[in-house]
Design a protein around this ligand. Structure first.
Ligand SMILES: NC(=O)C1=CN([C@@H]2O[C@H](COP(=O)(O)OP(=O)(O)OC[C@H]3O[C@@H](n4cnc5c(N)ncnc54)[C@H](OP(=O)(O)O)[C@@H]3O)[C@@H](O)[C@H]2O)[C@H](O)CC1
Ligand SMILES: [K+]
Length: 491
């Protein structure tokens, strides 16, 4: 898993790493430029038109100049656009400026005709993690013009203007791709910046994980390669009891679809036995929709111990007696998953929070989280509130959205990298609840259940949307869960 390190500590990290390896800061910049060059070649081989690289005065600009050299030497047509006198630029910028081959055109921003950029590639190396105020003057003017040009746009490390750890004020470069070095900066993972980042590519520049650990702020980026290590292994002697017996509580007149989707998702995730407690008059919805599920008419609270995990909330309605909910929570000694109306009842009855078993998993979307914990000015504040909430109530919070964030009771936060816009569809959250409850029931600890559930839910959405795009529905997501095991090579 990649550590997400604060932007203002990146140069400290670079210096410490370069020193420990006996290399210069220029060497590290060269590594970054080579990793970008390799990525670029993979995506734009034989690009026939000109590539314009906009170079700011710091090391982001230095990266841009090194990339210009590498591309030109490989046969691409390259021009760099500069903003400052070389002597006013960073040391490594100056070194790379002197290394520019003669074939690279050097243009000054004032004399650039933006019409020339049409159908070209524009690489933004104006500012990276060093941006420390809103763009203004020549930088703002250039970025505004670039944002209007019809060209492919690629940002190096960060789209210029986007701060690494706070919310953008003013304007920023609108990228089609952002190639960020070593780890994604927090600023790339927040909804306020969605219009600027484009597709995010994380490029390795060879700083080893143990080294990054000493800069940890307990924020992590979860990628596909991390997932297998969170999974349990089963063998040929495993029986359905090993795959867990779970209870899903929810459903109401007109809202039975939610608990049906949830139970089907749990089965597809691998649960051995799925029981649903829902209004008895509505049981046919479940029995026809998922014949593998057992519908429960009633249960005694003292029998809850036969279940390995409980998921509560999808389609439950708001008419539920909060005291009854409290008794369920108090009678079950293992973590539960709470979603949808379960969360809404908690928001209306905050005294129930103390009854939640430790290490339970709450899965709110942004609105549900605001109902639970109050409103926030932006995602940065929301993430901090999520940390306080998880620590205070000893629960895992799965804050749903792009880059879903899992916050743990120890305050650490895990950002998910799978999923796409097509997953914003009715019932998608019910599917996730079924998946996470299923993993808990299969004996996973809460963090593993949340990480595997969130990642595979996103991956199922990606795989299902290949053919369905905007027409994808929650049933498509759950029917694709088995394919995620194949895709991750998990038996
Ligand atoms: N491990 C890595 O991640 C590596 C990163 N590299 C690259 O280096 C940049 C960070 O470089 P740095 O020099 O620290 O910062 P920037 O290039 O982003 O910008 C700093 C200069 O910009 C000026 N500044 C800041 N904001 C503004 C603004 N709004 N308007 C005008 N000028 C601004 C600032 O000067 P001031 O003194 O005026 O504040 C600096 O001159 C990182 O993002 C990577 O791309 C390395 O190449 C390798 C390893
Ligand atoms: K940039």
């Amino acid at each position: 898993m990649l550590e997400i390190i604060e932007g203002n500590r990146v140069s400290e990290l670079d210096k410490a790493f370069a020193k420990s390896e006996g290399m210069s800061s220029w060497d590290l910049m060269e590594r970054a430029a080579i990793s970008f060059f390799n990525w670029f070649k993979l995506h734009f081989t034989n690009f026939p038109n000109e590539i314009f690289i906009f170079c700011g005065p710091g090391n982001n600009g230095g990266d841009g100049l090194a990339v210009a050299r590498l591309l030109e030497m490989d046969g691409f047509k390259v021009a760099v656009v500069t903003f400052e006198d070389v002597l006013n630029c960073s040391q490594d910028y100056q070194i790379n400026f002197t290394k520019l081959p003669l074939g690279v055109k050097v243009l000054v921003y004032e004399s650039l005709e933006f019409d020339l950029l049409k159908n070209c590639i524009c690489i933004d190396a104006i500012f990276g993690v060093g941006v420390n105020r809103p763009l203004s003057g020549k930088y703002l003017k250039t970025i505004n013009s670039l944002n209007k040009v019809n060209a492919k746009k690629i940002a190096i490390d960060l789209p210029s203007g986007i701060p690494a750890d706070t919310i953008l004020e003013g304007d920023a470069f609108q990228a089609d791709f952002t190639c960020t070095f070593q780890f994604p900066k927090l600023g790339l993972l927040i909804p306020e910046h969605a219009d600027f980042t484009g597709k995010i590519e994380v490029l390795d520049i060879g700083i080893p994980e143990p080294f990054l650990k000493s800069f940890s702020q307990k924020k992590y980026y979860v990628q596909k390669k991390d997932i297998p290590s969170f999974h349990r292994k089963f063998n040929n002697f495993s029986h359905k009891g090993d795959f867990g017996r779970i209870l899903l509580i929810g459903g109401d007149q007109g809202k039975m679809g939610a608990i049906l989707l949830c139970s089907r998702a749990a089965l597809r995730t691998g649960s051995g036995l799925v029981h649903v407690f829902a209004p008895w008059d509505e049981r046919l919805v479940i029995q026809v929709g998922a014949p593998e599920v057992m519908v429960v008419n009633d249960f005694s609270l003292s029998d809850l111990g036969i279940f390995d995990a409980i998921g509560i909330g999808p389609g439950w309605g708001l008419e539920v007696d909060p005291n009854y909910f409290e008794m369920i929570l108090q009678s079950f000694n293992s973590p539960v998953v709470i979603d949808a109306d379960g969360l809404n009842i908690l928001s209306k009855n905050p005294n129930l929070l103390k009854a939640i078993p430790p290490n339970s998993i709450l899965t709110p979307h942004i609105k549900e989280f605001e109902r639970l914990a109050g409103s926030f000015k932006d995602q940065i504040e929301r993430l901090e509130k999520a940390r306080e909430f998880s620590i205070n109530h000893k629960v895992f919070l799965v804050l749903k959205g792009a880059f879903t964030c899992i916050t743990c009771p120890d305050g650490s936060q895990y950002f998910n990298s799978s999923g796409n816009k097509y997953m914003a569809t009715a019932g998608s959250g019910d599917v996730l609840t079924g998946m996470i409850t299923s993993f808990l029931g299969q004996g996973y600890d809460s963090l593993s259940a949340a990480i595997c559930g969130v990642f595979q839910h996103g991956l199922a959405g990606e795989l299902a949307s290949v053919k369905k795009r905007r027409g994808m529905v929650a049933s498509d997501i759950l029917e694709t869960i088995p394919q995620t095991y194949l895709n991750l090579d998990i038996e």
